[in-house]
Design a protein around this ligand. Sequence first.
Ligand SMILES: NC(=O)c1ccc[n+]([C@@H]2O[C@H](COP(=O)([O-])OP(=O)(O)OC[C@H]3O[C@@H](n4cnc5c(N)ncnc54)[C@H](OP(=O)(O)O)[C@@H]3O)[C@@H](O)[C@H]2O)c1
Length: 291
Amino acid sequence: MVQQNRITARTKLLGIIGHPINHSLSPVFQNAALNALNLDYVYLAFDIPTEKLMEAVQTLRMWGLRGINVTVPHKERIIQWLDKLDDTASLLRAVNVVLVKDEELVGYNTDEIGFAKSLEFNQVHLDGKNIALLGAGGAARAVVSALVRGGAHKVLVFNRSPERSLRFQQWAKSSLALEIETDSWKNFIDGHSPFLGQLDILINTTSLGLCQEKMKVPWEKIENCELVIDVVYNREETSLVKEARKREKKAFDGKMMLLFQGAESFRLFTGFEAPIEVMENALNEAVRYSW
Ligand SMILES: NC(=O)c1ccc[n+]([C@@H]2O[C@H](COP(=O)([O-])OP(=O)(O)OC[C@H]3O[C@@H](n4cnc5c(N)ncnc54)[C@H](OP(=O)(O)O)[C@@H]3O)[C@@H](O)[C@H]2O)c1
């Protein structure tokens, strides 16, 4: 029988890689879930800068890891060193879980289901909604795929770099058979896009806010927007969520998405259904006491 927190020579290793990684809450709730189910694993965070990623991936087999989560900025870049991708990771061209299976490295993506479940948890209905999506990276692909499956009426993407916007459009066309409209970042922050007046939901998938940077939002132009979702999360609420609530809009950050993607990751790592309540309590406690 495994005792809580007792690490032995047989304990198996799980982890998360990213850069920076200090803000990650995954170790807190993954270890709580492993302990609750009495599973002989430990989950640690590893700060891996981009120039060390290849080396880190190539040593995963050697260290006998069962699997890892992958976070910003490695989700796309890591793909070139993996042996296989599951259908969702292949569709989204982004990986947030790698399993070591019979010496093969297999990539998965649990962000889309994490986001979809966070919408369900917050009772968000997408039918007929006009949605502005900020950002066009890996998280944006997971989010837009969930929005389309959920029946959103129209999604318009605003991204800072036009190159990434274009790549996003091309990806949506080839992978989701979807014509996505885009507009410039400047037209968003200056409030010049006519779409803003018809907006129901604003979703941030840029990495702005990760370090509590303030985003310039043309609040006076999006008065009809009823809901603001930030996939970014901090220990406290993100400044976008705080600003939205000040204006009496419903708003939530990426913590529930994190939790639900983590629950799916846990199932992939261990083969057991995740004890969601245990994970949620651990997450809330970590946030409350700033662990
Ligand atoms: N809650 C969760 O479970 C969860 C899951 C996945 C991701 N996330 C969060 O989502 C964020 C994005 O992740 P990702 O994987 O999509 O990263 P990514 O692929 O690197 O994309 C980053 C996006 O942010 C934009 N961006 C970065 N800095 C910006 C700035 N100063 N102003 C405007 N736009 C800026 C980039 O635009 P350019 O093209 O102009 O560079 C790009 O569109 C991260 O903060 C991550 O933590 C949360």
